[in-house]
Design a protein around this ligand. Structure first.
Ligand code: FES
Length: 374
């Protein structure tokens, strides 16, 4: 069950002009709760007074702002960039996340301008299924911009834990100056020169001869990937970044014969979401939910999502972005039917197995039952 805890900021490192890494100290008694897999993320919560309303909300798909008469609450998810702890050892004593400034974004502005060493932050226990269980073999990442953050943790954990594993990372950014975690990746390359292959593509800057430049779209990737690595031998592909890049990379991989089951995706930024097909909603419907061992049934108010109905009655229901991107609100659909507006978080196997995103689900039948504990 996801829970918020207060963690102290141990370091704020500026990565680029518009990004920082926050290191958080995990007290000993919380280390098990903050044990994480490589690729998971943390939701950070900020409460702001009414006077801060001008800050606006982060405009990525991974943020949420909930209003109230006494101000508002902003939740924003940030991927953990530090390696995951060994499953047989203690939980992590620190966690590091990467934060990139989003124009007009409430939380990222706060992180860039105000958060300092010694501050306490409200941090939710780790969540997310964009993860790797380290095993021997060849793995690859295709990332854009801040999409490097979880993949840095994935690559570092894999290479440190599996002496025969290899990782090929293809990253794209605008310019060298805007590229996050340059130093961390250079260190990783120094530690594992034979097993980490690193290719950087800059879209707005010429590079040295031999290195590709320009945008990484489906056509470019279809031509580039087979020349970089033996595509069919890759055991797992990790795609992370803006919606367009992830979608183009998935299409390129499918075109060159990679099965969908080997492709893992995490979207960081959704500009224009496809409009869902509308389905008639019943005049009255009821949501029954099980959460942290306790159940309840409540009527759905006009236009509400399943999450909104549950939250009115159980404020501890898990969520972060409310945008169908982070997957924190995942629940098992026990009975009834729902229409999901959009889903950028659940893999096809999860939806096939009956999981839904509560923040995107609207009842189609008069009774819907979900289980957040499964
Ligand atoms: S809260 Fe992020 S997907 Fe529902």
């Amino acid at each position: 069950m996801a829970r918020f805890h207060s963690l102290r900021v141990a370091a704020v490192d500026r990565l680029t002009d518009d990004s920082v890494a926050l290191t958080l100290t995990v007290p000993e008694q919380l280390r098990e709760e903050f044990r994480h897999a490589p690729g998971q993320h943390l939701a950070l919560r900020m409460r702001a007074g009414r006077t801060d309303a001008a800050l606006g909300a982060d405009r990525t798909g991974r943020s949420d702002r909930t209003g109230g008469s006494d101000g508002f609450e902003v939740r924003r998810t940030y991927s953990i960039c530090s390696p995951a702890p060994d499953p047989h050892g203690p939980g992590p004593s620190t966690l590091r996340v990467g934060v990139r400034l989003v124009e007009g974004g409430a939380f990222s502005t706060y992180a860039m301008k105000e958060i300092g060493v010694g501050d306490e932050l409200d941090v939710m226990t780790p969540a997310g299924r964009f993860t790797l269980d380290p095993a021997p073999g060849l793995y690859a990442g295709i990332v854009g911009g801040s999409g490097i953050t979880p993949v840095l943790s994935i690559a570092a954990t894999l290479l440190a834990r599996e002496p025969s594993a290899r990782f090929c990372l293809l990253r794209s950014d605008r310019t060298a100056a805007s590229t996050m975690f340059l130093e961390e990746l250079a260190d990783l390359k120094d530690r594992f020169p034979e097993r980490l292959q690193l290719v950087t593509v800059l879209s707005r800057e010429e590079q040295q001869a031999g290195l590709p430049s320009g945008r990484l779209d489906r056509e470019r990737l279809t031509g580039l990937l087979p020349s970089l690595l033996p595509v069919r031998q890759v055991a797992g592909w990790f795609l992370c970044g803006p919606f367009g890049l992830v979608q183009g990379a998935e299409q390129a991989l499918r075109e060159i014969g990679v099965p969908r089951s080997r492709i893992h995706e995490e979207i960081f930024h959704v500009d224009a979401a496809p409009q869902p097909a509308q389905t008639a909603a019943p005049a009255h419907s009821t949501v029954t939910a099980r959460l942290d061992g306790r159940g309840g049934s409540w009527p759905v108010q006009d236009g509400e999502s399943v999450l909104e109905t549950v939250l009115r009655n159980r404020p501890d229901a898990p969520y972060a972005c409310k945008g169908g991107v982070c997957g924190t609100c995942r629940a098992f659909l026990v009975s009834g039917e729902v229409r999901m507006d959009r889903n950028f978080a659940l893999e096809p196997e999860e939806t096939d197995a009956g999981y839904v995103l509560a923040c995107q689900s609207h009842p189609v039948t008069e009774a819907v039952e979900v289980d957040f504990d499964r």
